[in-house]
Structures are given as C-alpha cells and as structure tokens.
Design a protein around this ligand. Structure first.
Ligand SMILES: Nc1ncnc2c1ncn2[C@@H]1O[C@H](COP(=O)(O)OP(=O)(O)OP(=O)(O)O)[C@@H](O)[C@H]1O
Length: 271
C-alpha cells in the first residue's frame, strides 16, 4: 500500500557560518523560512509543524512563494531529509525528480546514461533494457546516443533526461519545478508521456506554478507559506486562494481540449 504520512514535522537548518549583518537584512525580508537566532547559531526553519496524509490516487500540486518550503517538503517526502522534530512514514518506491540533469555522467554515452538514470530512479536493469528502444525513439537523438553526453547541447540532454524520467514506474512520484521549465515545444511532445507517467504513479506531488500543468496533472493542492501548510484542499480552491484567481479561467485552449472542457464550461465566456 502506497502512503505518505507526516506528523508535526519540522525541518531546521542550522547555519554555522552566518554573518550577523547580512542576517539582519534577511530577517526583514519577506521571502524564505523564518530565521531564529536565540541560540548562538542562527537556524532557518524551512518547515514547521507539517501534517500531511496522502494515499494512492492523490495528485497534489505544491504552490507557494520563493523560499516557502516546497523543495524542502519534497526532500522530506523523498526521505532525503529527516524531520528535525515530529515524524514521517513513507511507504512505496519513491522517484524524486528534482533536477533533470542529476545523475547523468558526461563521460559515458547517451545509452549508458539511460541505464544509469533508470537504475537511480528505482528501475531494474532488465526493466530498463525493455524500455531503451522506446526512450531512444522519443529523444530523436539517433546516433548521438552512442556518443559521450559531453558532446550534447543543453536541449539534447533535456530530451534524454525527459525520455528516461517519463519511462519509469514510480509508486510515489515527486516532481520539482524544473520539469516545467523545459522548452515548450519539446514539452508538448513529452506531454502525453508525462500524463501517462502520472497515471501510472500511485501518488504525485508536483511543485509547479503553471495553471495548465497543475490542472492537467493534479486534483488537490497544498499551499506552503513560511514553511507551513497554509491550505490543503481541492486544486481549484487552493490555487484560487493563492493566486487570487480561478486557474480554470486562464487555461490555454489546448489544455481545455485535453481535459475535455469547453471554454464555456471554464467560465470565461466563449460565445
Ligand atoms: N540546504 C539548506 N540550507 C539552509 N537553508 C535552506 C536549505 N535549503 C533550503 N533552505 C531554506 O529553507 C527555506 C525553504 O526553502 P525551499 O527551497 O524549500 O523553498 P521553495 O519553496 O522551494 O522556494 P523556491 O520557490 O524559491 O524554489 C528557505 O528559507 C531557504 O533559505
């Protein structure tokens, strides 16, 4: 059974080399978690008293301002960070996709990188061998797949990474914003694969701000603010509260078509 449970969890980062002058400046800022300096070492409270319970089928969009704690929460859910206080229980195979390029080796070929990245994301060698042709076709990299990765352009690396990432079978899929920053034209091509990937996943948590991506992939949302869960509810409710406008009123015609809604239903006229 796939599940995520987090009870009263906090994550602190003690900063041993903070300079007192810049610290004052930071404390006045609006962005980022709270900085406490009661002790001798300043502490950034990246997450504070988080309670979350997710089950199979939950597709959660994570929104919030810079420094609100989205990436830290994803790392807590991935088991990369342990809670400083409180506890968490994550049941299921986690695929953390925080940076498309991570785990890629510039000195080995595209084909070898496909295998390595797949293993890193929890797949077996046999499973990856079955998928490699499909990934190769999707990337359109042809003979380049036999060349070392260092000979690739940035866009070519993204194609390779996206091909692998969308081929896996995760029980818990954790996506940080990077995936939305991919070149729009290529993302269009990857969209069906991304949708299929999410459909295959037990639980999705996706940090993203694009109305289109959130509406297409998520059904609920969590709004993080200063390291706390400010709101957890339906996607529409939370994004409307966070952005001050209904995400369904700002969807592209393509997204509306894909989610099977006419512009009239989305509430923005259309006559
Ligand atoms: N490794 C770290 N060491 C110290 N502080 C950190 C570390 N990682 C994050 N923080 C702090 O924790 C807080 C939350 O950061 P986090 O990266 O989780 O925010 P975010 O919501 O993902 O922000 P953004 O949208 O800008 O990526 C911030 O105040 C940040 O300064």
């Amino acid at each position: 059974m796939v599940s995520i449970d987090v009870w009263n969890a906090s994550v602190d980062f003690p900063i041993f080399d903070a300079k007192s002058r810049s610290l004052k400046k930071l404390a006045l800022g609006k962005v980022g978690g709270k900085i406490g300096s009661e002790g001798r070492v300043p502490i950034i409270e990246a997450l504070h008293d988080i309670n979350i319970s997710l089950r199979h089928g939950d597709r959660v969009g994570l929104v919030g301002h810079n420094g609100a704690g989205k990436s830290t929460l994803l790392r807590l859910l991935a088991g990369i960070y342990e809670p400083t206080r409180g506890s968490s229980r994550i049941q299921g195979k986690v695929a953390p996709i925080f940076d498309l390029g991570v785990g890629m080796d510039p000195e080995i070929s595209g084909f070898e990188n496909i295998m390595i990245r797949g293993l890193f994301l929890g797949m077996s060698r046999k499973e990856m061998e079955k998928r490699v042709d499909d990934i190769a076709e999707f990337t359109e990299l042809g003979d380049y797949l036999s060349m070392p990765l260092r000979t690739y352009s940035t866009g070519m690396r993204v194609r390779l990474a996206l091909g692998v990432v969308t081929s896996i079978d995760p029980e818990i899929l954790l996506l940080d914003e990077g995936i939305g920053a991919v070149d729009a034209a290529f993302l269009e091509k990857a969209r069906d694969r991304l949708n299929d990937l999410v459909a295959r996943s037990g639980i999705l948590v996706f940090a993203n701000h694009s109305d289109d991506m959130l509406v297409e992939l998520c059904n609920t949302a969590i709004w993080m603010d200063e390291g706390q869960v400010k709101m957890h509810g339906s996607l529409r409710e939370v994004v409307t509260a966070y952005k001050g406008r209904d995400p369904y009123e700002h969807l592209s015609p393509d997204t509306l078509a894909r989610i099977g809604q006419s512009p009239v239903l989305s509430g923005n006229g259309g006559e």
